[in-house]
Every structure is written in structure tokens, then in C-alpha cells.
Write a protein that binds this ligand. Structure first.
Ligand SMILES: Cc1ncc(COP(=O)(O)O)c(C=O)c1O
Length: 404
């Protein structure tokens, strides 16, 4: 993803907060933020509010102790928001570290002239470890096999963080293997910079699994504290950062919350995050049709009465999930309309009844008036997948709304 277009403008109208939007949903017509005027030639676009990114980081920061650092997790093109502008906003808002999943994502940031500390969270091959050194990236030791690679290349490896598997059974070293490995790494002069684990159930506050994971992490924690006292300990993701101070340690790794969404609906009552992305498209055709007219593939939708079908230039190739067809809603002229029939690759259709809708009208697919969580529910998935799924052909338009 390139740097996109950066626009500075004032917020267009309402001062609605996320909670207000929940209430607003029950009203018939709502007033979302107007999209920026600079998008008049676009068929679909994702507006990304960098001020919201900054405010969300500050909102999380307020929950942390002064000494606790914040890693902005910017893998997958910053959850679809566009990585370089998001990193700049996050760093300016006091994120100390950046987290990426792959070597390529880290290198892309260095090429984008981002000089902040970057941790690659995923595992690497021997060749990739050498590239990480060349680009000044910190790496995670994600398996015993990778530990052996690092030991073989000791002297030419970047700073390492030990990733510990305490219950995800995805990546990491077993906690009981950490003390011996630490001895071998330090004996060979490998710079050990951190030690971390990933929580599996922190999105459900007080889940017993979180406590169990912290207990399993303890041998690793004690070993590293004894051998490398300056190493950074980090455990919490967004959910942990928002709700579980005992998981904060020296740093929290924050992804979803920075993008303004809550890891679970119960957390929405915390109330100070603002969704940074709004996905918009345009009505490209309206058709007045009679009752019984079939709409979209499979003719699965039939109009009940005379009505207007509006075609919107956004489909599953743009990241709007096909599964949201029939259930989902889009916002046109401040009013929600139900998707009629199946979502196509490049288009979806909505039944707007007798409401006045014209070709050229802007439709909001998600953002402030319709949340990514709602779209996720329609598509039987989670908001993470909706954000990451926004297609490459959808330009990201950067704005800086500066809402108080
Ligand atoms: C290791 C690790 N830490 C932190 C995060 C950020 O998680 P969240 O977006 O829930 O804050 C992720 C994301 O999946 C991750 O894999």
C-alpha cells in the first residue's frame, strides 16, 4: 500500500461518539460524517482518520503506567488502514514500538523511512534473519528450530525477543525450555531484548485462561528477569491493555484498539475509541422495478412491491464480505437500506423502496454510522477480518479530523 492521499479537514458535522451511534442506529435516519470532497471521482474508497488513530493510542496510554511502553501492531498493512501513514500517526502519538508479522512488512517500513524500533512477531528462516539484521529489525524466536538458527548465526543476529507459548499452541518456546535457551543465547552474546506471550482469551475479561497463561509464563519471566533484567516483558494485546492491568508488564501490543474497535462487545462500554476507517462507495445506477423482480446471482432476492434497486460499486473484491448479502445494510442519504440479494465481486444492490436515491450518491458500507462490528456479525466473522479484508484496489484517503 502506498502512502495514499493525506487530507486535513475539520469534522463535517456531528460530535457523535461510538455509544451515540449505537443509540442512533435505532432511529430511522442518522447523520454520519460526510466523506471528504476530494473523493468525487472514486467508485469506492476507505477514509482513514489519522487523528482517530492518535486519539485511540492516547486513550489506551491513559490506562497504562507511565513506564509501560506501547507497541502499535501494524501488521497486514496496519489492519488494512495503510501502514506508513498509520505508523507516523502512531509514533507521533507516543507509540514506542511497531509490531509486524513478516520480514517483508518490517523492510517496507524501513523503506518508508520509519526508524522506530520494529519487532517481527512471526517466525523467520535463516536467510530472513540475516535480512532482519541488515534492516535493523528485532526478531522473535518463535520455535526451538529458530533458536538453533539464531545460535548458529550468533554474532550476526539482530536483537531477539523470546516468544513463549503459554496456551495459544501457535508459535513460541515452551516456558520450561526458556532458562536453558537463555543461558545458551547469552553465552554466545546474542542480544536478548524481550520476552513475550500472546493471550488467547483476553477479549473475555476475567477468563480463567488468562490467569493460567500468566502462571505458565512465570518460569520464562523469572529466568529472563534473573539473566537479562533490562529485557522488555510484554503480554497484553488490545483486550489485555483495555481491561487487565496485571497483563501490562513493560509494554502492551495494541492493534485493534488503535484502529478504534473493541475486541469484544462488552468492552464498548469503556467508550473512548473512535473507528479510524470508513468504507464508502457510490451508487452507480438506480432501477425502478415492479414486484417479483429478481436481483443478483441466483435470483435469491425478489422484490415484494414496486421499488427502486440501487447498485453500489463495491463488492467482495473490495472487501465487502459476500456473506453479508441479504442481511447487511448500507447507509445512503443518512438512511439504512438492506442489501438485496447476493454481493457480487464488484457491486452490491440495495432495495431503497420509494426513498429518493440517485446515481452518484455516496453510500457508507461501514465506519461511524454502521460499525465494522455490525458488518462482521452479518458475515459471521470478527471486525479484524473486515478491516484487513478491504481490497487493494480501494484507495485509502487520509484525513485528520482533529475531533475534540
Ligand atoms: C503477537 C500479537 N500481539 C499483539 C497483537 C494485537 O492484537 P489486537 O489487535 O487484539 O490488539 C496480535 C494480533 O493478532 C498478535 O499476533
Amino acid at each position: 500500500m502506498g502512502e495514499g492521499i493525506i487530507i486535513k479537514r475539520k469534522r463535517a458535522d456531528t460530535k457523535m461518539r461510538p455509544r451515540d451511534h449505537v443509540a442512533a442506529r435505532s432511529r430511522e435516519a442518522i447523520t454520519p460524517l460526510a466523506p471528504s470532497a476530494e473523493t468525487t471521482t472514486l467508485r469506492a474508497w476507505a477514509e482513514v482518520d489519522l487523528a482517530a488513530i492518535a486519539r485511540n493510542i492516547q486513550a489506551v496510554r491513559r490506562l497504562l503506567s507511565r513506564s509501560c511502553r506501547l507497541m502499535a501492531v501494524v501488521k497486514a498493512d496496519a489492519y488494512g488502514h495503510g501502514v506508513v501513514p498509520v505508523c507516523r500517526a502512531a509514533l507521533a502519538a507516543d507509540a514506542a514500538w511497531l509490531g509486524v508479522a513478516t520480514l517483508g512488512e518490517g523492510v517496507a517500513l524501513r523503506l518508508g523511512e520509519i526508524s522506530a524500533p520494529i519487532l517481527v512477531l512471526g517466525g523467520l528462516t535463516a536467510g530472513e534473519v540475516a535480512d532482519a539484521t541488515a534492516h535493523g529489525l528485532s526478531i522473535s524466536i518463535t520455535s526451538q528450530e529458530m533458536a538453533e538458527i539464531v545460535l548458529r548465526h550468533a554474532g550476526a543476529v539482530p536483537p531477539v525477543h523470546l516468544k513463549v507459548d503459554t496456551g495459544m499452541t501457535r508459535l513460541g518456546l515452551f516456558p520450561e525450555d526458556v532458562p536453558v535457551l537463555l543461558d545458551r543465547l547469552t553465552a554466545k552474546g546474542v542480544p536478548v531484548e524481550g520476552c513475550y506471550t500472546q493471550l488467547a482469551c483476553a477479549d473475555e475479561p476475567d477468563h480463567v485462561m488468562t490467569q493460567e497463561q500468566l502462571v505458565r509464563f512465570r518460569p520464562a519471566l523469572e529466568a529472563i528477569r534473573a539473566r537479562v533484567p533490562r529485557a522488555l516483558i510484554h503480554v497484553a494485546n488490545s483486550a489485555g491493555a483495555l481491561t487487565s492491568p496485571h497483563t501490562h508488564f513493560d509494554m502492551v501490543r495494541v492493534g485493534l484498539a488503535m484502529y478504534g474497535l473493541y475486541p469484544s462487545p462488552q468492552m464498548a462500554s469503556l467508550g473512548s475509541l473512535h473507528p479510524a476507517m470508513r468504507l464508502y462507495s457510490r451508487v452507480v445506477r438506480t432501477a425502478r422495478v415492479g414486484p417479483g423482480t429478481a436481483v443478483s446471482y441466483g435470483a435469491a432476492y425478489r422484490t415484494k412491491t414496486s421499488t427502486t434497486i440501487a447498485t453500489i460499486a463495491c463488492g467482495y473484491a473490495d472487501g465487502y464480505p459476500r456473506l453479508a448479502g441479504e442481511r447487511g445494510e448500507v447507509l445512503i442519504r443518512g438512511r439504512r437500506h438492506r442489501i438485496a440479494g447476493r454481493v457480487c465481486m464488484d457491486h452490491l444492490m440495495v432495495d431503497v423502496g420509494d426513498h429518493s436515491v440517485e446515481a452518484g450518491d455516496v453510500a457508507q458500507l461501514f465506519g461511524d454510522a454502521i460499525s465494522a462490528d455490525e458488518v462482521a456479525a452479518w458475515a459471521q466473522t470478527i471486525s479484524y477480518e473486515i478491516l484487513c479484508g478491504v481490497g487493494l484496489r480501494v484507495p485509502r484517503i487520509y484525513v485528520h479530523n482533529g475531533v475534540s
